[in-house]
Design a protein around this ligand. Structure first.
Ligand code: AHM
Ligand code: MG
Length: 334
């Protein structure tokens, strides 16, 4: 009989990490299984977009002032439902809900808050382009502030216990870190499990792509414009190409693996950029730093920002060492 290649599912991987680093409670893998179950439910509908009546707008404007797509609503319900069954979760905050939802934050078993964007890039759904789910997990604050549900999620990204995303692309990939490297798991449809496919992802020190919505270039602050000029004119010792999907998860996934830089800068019409700190920028920054890259809001590390509102936005620049050093030089006026 031929020897079977060992299959490591995401649950197995988390259990192994938990035993090595935190003791063997199983509680964290049970929490994560809520995310994997929900994202498998979302992926099943994303794959059938166009065949079911889940395509198009839901007719409601969400807290961000954006028209909710039906799939946004469905994805939010999947995550809310699956996570609310996990007794270690006290608070859930989503891009689609104005306020954090308190599940059981007064229970002694509740130790974590989960924040997520259920379907990032959802305007791409109707045209068959990749979308994603982003998530981050924070520990319950250990002081009296824990009485206020918002305090569970208004913590700097540096304190995230784990974070990640699921990309619904040409394949479905879960990328996560619990602070011990970045690992990718591809959904194997016949067996319905996320299987380890990208162990310990490291960003190359330099890439060949930059990723930005260049249509807004005239609205970017001058140092960003200068940075783009340098990328285009060989100042970093290499010719760059540009790639921009318009789904952050897809653009970040490429940047994590191939290196380079992804930017969503401030513009004159959106001085804080577009991306949301808690559930878009923070998980991405956590993964990028864990993979050896750099993630800033222009000047500060994203992970050091003390949030003051659930849905606050931040400019974001993430990338490989070489590109990020040049970016810092531009910001410093050098
Ligand atoms: P969303 O959360 O409403 O989907 O918006 C976030 C998305 C990101 O995925 C992507 O990077 C960005 O919006 C694209 O914005 P723009 O069209 O301004 O370039
Ligand atoms: Mg979104």
């Amino acid at each position: 009989m031929t020897k079977m290649r060992p299959i490591i599912t995401v649950q197995q991987h988390i259990l192994d990490e938990q035993i090595r680093f935190r003791g063997a409670s199983g509680e964290f893998s049970w929490l994560l299984s809520g995310i994997t179950l929900a994202t498998k439910m979302i992926e099943a509908q994303v794959r059938r977009a166009g065949l079911t009546d889940l395509m198009g707008s839901y007719g409601v404007v969400n807290v961000q002032g954006e028209v909710q797509q039906k799939l946004d609503v469905y994805a939010n319900e999947c995550l809310m439902h699956c996570l609310s069954l996990r007794e270690s979760i006290g608070i859930i905050a989503s891009e689609e809900n104005e306020q954090p939802v308190t599940i059981r934050h007064e229970s002694p078993k509740a130790k974590y808050a989960v924040v997520f964007d259920p379907l990032d890039g959802s305007s791409n759904i109707d045209v068959g382009v990749s979308v994603g789910t982003t998530f981050a997990i924070q520990r319950k604050p250990d002081d009296k502030t824990a009485e206020d549900p918002a305090s569970w999620v208004l913590q700097p990204g540096r304190k995230q216990v784990a974070a990640g995303y699921v990309l619904y692309g040409s394949s479905t990939i879960l990328v996560y870190s619990a602070g011990n490297g970045v690992h990718g798991f591809t959904l194997d449809p016949p067996i319905g499990a996320f299987v380890l496919s990208h162990e310990n992802i490291r960003m190359p020190s330099q890439g060949k792509y930059y990723s930005i919505n260049e249509a807004y270039a005239a609205q970017f602050p001058k140092p960003y414009q200068e940075y783009l000029r340098r990328l285009r004119t060989g100042a970093l010792g290499r010719e760059y190409s540009s790639r921009y999907v318009g789904s952050m998860v897809a653009d970040v996934h490429r940047t994590l693996q191939r290196g380079g830089v992804f930017l969503y800068p401030p513009t004159t019409s959106n001085p804080s950029g577009k991306l949301r700190l808690l559930y878009e920028a923070n998980p991405v920054a956590f993964l990028v730093e864990q993979a050896g890259g750099v993630a800033v809001d222009g000047s500060r590390p994203i992970l050091d920002i003390q949030p003051d509102a659930i849905h606050q936005r931040t400019p974001m620049v993430v990338g490989s060492a070489v590109e990020m050093e040049e970016f810092a030089r531009c910001m410093a006026g050098n």
